[in-house]
Design a binder for this molecule. Structure first.
Ligand code: A2P
Length: 349
């Protein structure tokens, strides 16, 4: 496909938090959209959302939704992706899927453009967008890992409400108002009130006591880095922040990594912004990361307890680089490299 060609794009989950950001990014990044279809559940059918100054009808996804569509950006949950991805691929579209449905499928590339862009070349119709906490962590770890291999990662996350969708974000505001008025806060999206509270991520637990979100960080990072032996342990926590996640990360290297070297590498890493003002005690915060493309990284310091380990801290917009921006960057990669149509031979990742 010539670079100048415009393509027909569908957003599946167009009314959600990530779907809304996908629409905004396609517009602000001048993605070559010939036609945009907005797909959601029957609940939203008939609504209109604006794109490039025009009102676009939201349609309920159906068998016919993907006819003449070149690219589907899906962010409507795992079961919706499982239900519709094959139909979209059979119709000739490439699907960039933001759910966890296909991420660990060996035939499906799991891509962060700054880390493993070449994996996208081998797709057979579906490319998976990694989990948000995984993307943010990988953005900070990969530039270091390439220079000095990391052998163990210990992470603790501070995850915003946006990871649970647009309704969850609204719910935190409603809860805060209710609590301030002395009322019982409503809890629908989460099992417990999140306003003025926090709790370990409420995804299902495995028999070792790790939740699904924590295991995503383990398994997805190993796949993206092509490092099946990489030792990773995470504790994921939901915090009452609206849309940016933060992470405290401890990295054990095979050989010592000087702090100054790590700082230099991260200052020059694509998609990363070093945020450190040691005099002012100013470091990445979700309030500063919200709405930004870059992952903010800072507070890089020698781990006092281990000569080959560093500590660092990051904040990154969960909806943007953690989801929609990464997906649109994959789409840009497919268009730029002429990789939209699947290659003939399947390659495992
Ligand atoms: P709808 O608004 O019609 O429910 P979020 O992650 O912010 O909660 O957004 C989820 C997105 O996925 C919404 O656009 C939602 O549409 C869409 N969605 C949820 N379930 C389905 C479904 N069964 N079929 C199509 N879209 C769905």
């Amino acid at each position: 496909m010539p670079l100048s060609s415009k393509i027909s794009v569908a957003i599946l989950g167009a009314t959600g938090a990530v779907g809304t950001e996908l629409r905004e990014l396609l517009q602000s990044r001048n993605f070559p959209v010939a036609q945009l279809k907005l797909l959601a559940s029957p609940r939203s059918a008939g609504r209109h959302l604006s794109f490039q100054g025009e009102d676009v009808l939201v349609e309920a996804v159906s068998e016919n939704s993907f006819k003449n569509v070149d690219l589907v950006l899906a962010s409507a949950g795992g079961s919706t992706s499982k239900a519709w991805a094959a139909t979209a691929v059979e119709s000739g579209a490439a699907v960039i899927d933001n759910s966890s449905a296909f991420r660990l499928n060996p035939e499906v590339p799991l891509v962060i453009p700054e880390v493993n862009p070449e994996a996208a070349a081998t797709h057979q119709g579906i490319i998976a967008n990694p989990n948000c906490t995984t993307i943010l962590m990988a953005m900070a770890v990969w530039p270091l890992h390439q220079v000095q291999p990391v052998q163990r990662i210990i992470a603790a996350t501070y995850q915003s409400a946006s990871g649970a969708g647009a309704r969850a974000m609204e719910e935190v505001k409603t809860q805060a108002k209710a609590i301030l008025q002395g009322e019982t806060p409503p809890t629908e999206s989460f099992p417990y009130p999140l306003a003025f509270n926090l709790f370990p991520h409420n995804s299902p637990l495995n028999e070792q006591g790790y939740c699904q979100e924590e295991m995503k960080m383990v398994n997805e990072t190993r796949k993206i880095f092509k490092a099946p032996q990489l030792r990773i342990s995470a504790t994921c926590v939901r915090v009452p922040v609206l849309r940016a996640h933060s992470e405290a990360i401890n990295l054990e290297f095979t050989e010592p990594m000087p702090v100054a070297k790590a700082r230099e590498l991260l200052a020059n890493a694509p998609g990363v912004r070093l945020v450190e003002d040691w005099q002012a005690n100013y470091f990445p915060m979700p309030i500063d990361a919200s709405g930004r493309d870059e992952v903010l990284v800072g507070r890089i310091r020698q781990d006092l307890s281990h000569p080959r380990s560093l500590e660092l801290w990051l904040s990154g917009d969960q909806i943007r680089k953690g989801a929609a921006l990464n997906a649109v960057q994959i789409a840009e990669l497919l268009v730029a490299r002429n990789w939209l149509k699947p290659t003939a031979v399947a390659v495992s990742h």
